[in-house]
Design a protein around this ligand. Structure first.
Ligand SMILES: [Fe+2]
Length: 265
């Protein structure tokens, strides 16, 4: 199944009482524009296709119930925000921020998560190639060391949250980050791009792994698609393509010389 559009335009019904206005007036522009709402993306694989690493029951509930709830609640909060802004209701605008952050973050994070997974017979679990593989070796010594670090930080994360492999698009260095609840990676730094995100909420594993989060973390690597962040050599430099909610974004990876220099420091 193809991934369908993550957002769709929805007609925005303005609050009544707007005065008649001329074209070019700010209010006119506001009335004229649509509210962009989120939509649940289809998965590129069947719910049972990641078994035995992740059960089909977990995948179905996770996608149809949990992710759908974030989408629904985010859209509701956005519509309420539009109304609050139209009314000049500052209290409501402030009150809605936490719902927008939590549910919008949930939508962003899960949309990345589904893209990071792939059935074994379609490339899931294969180690990263090309420059991404070299960058991992440089910044973490080896893929095994990266896996160990992400699993340790994911297991130690208190409560619910995410563990990330991040690319700093300024320094071009990789790092492991964690975020709490549904905070997206960007809350840890505007320069950080998510190459891989692993959901460590209990809803992602409890039906199959009960309270043993480390076993879930160990097995999920069997269906991780490192190529979700496509590493593409372009002359002397390599780029990495990230599929984000805004479409495909491209970032530079370190060159071989930069990696060699980093290793010699
Ligand atoms: Fe989740």
């Amino acid at each position: 199944m193809a991934l369908r559009t993550l957002f769709s335009k929805k007609a925005f019904t303005t609050a009544s009482g707007f005065r008649p206005i001329a074209a070019g007036d700010r209010c006119f522009l506001r009335q004229a524009r649509g509210l962009t709402v989120a939509a649940l993306p289809d998965l590129a694989y069947d719910y049972g296709a990641l078994e035995p690493a992740i059960s089909g029951e977990i995948m179905r509930l996770h996608h149809q119930k949990h992710h759908q709830a974030y989408v629904t609640n985010y859209n509701n909060a956005l519509e309420q925000l539009e109304t609050a802004v139209a009314k000049g209701d500052a209290s409501a605008v402030v009150r809605l921020q936490s719902a927008i952050k939590f549910n919008g973050g949930g939508h962003i994070n899960h949309s990345i998560f589904w893209k990071n997974l792939k059935p074994v017979n379609e490339g899931g679990g294969e180690p990263p190639h090309s420059t991404l593989g070299w960058a991992i070796d440089t910044d973490f010594c080896s893929l095994e060391a990266l896996v160990q670090k992400m699993n340790a930080e994911g297991a130690a994360l208190q409560g619910s949250g995410w563990v990330w492999l991040a690319l700093d698009k300024g320094s071009k260095k990789l790092s492991v980050e964690t975020t709490s609840n549904q905070d997206p990676l960007v809350t840890k730094g505007a320069n950080l791009v998510p190459l891989l995100g692993i959901d460590v909420w209990e809803h992602a594993y409890y039906l199959q792994y009960k309270n043993v989060r480390p076993d879930y973390l160990k097995n999920i690597w069997k269906v991780v698609l490192h190529a979700a962040s496509l590493s593409v050599p372009t002359g002397e430099e390599s780029t990495i393509r990230i599929v984000s909610l805004q479409g495909t974004e491209t970032f530079l990876l370190p060159t071989c010389n930069e990696l060699k220099n980093r290793q010699s420091l």
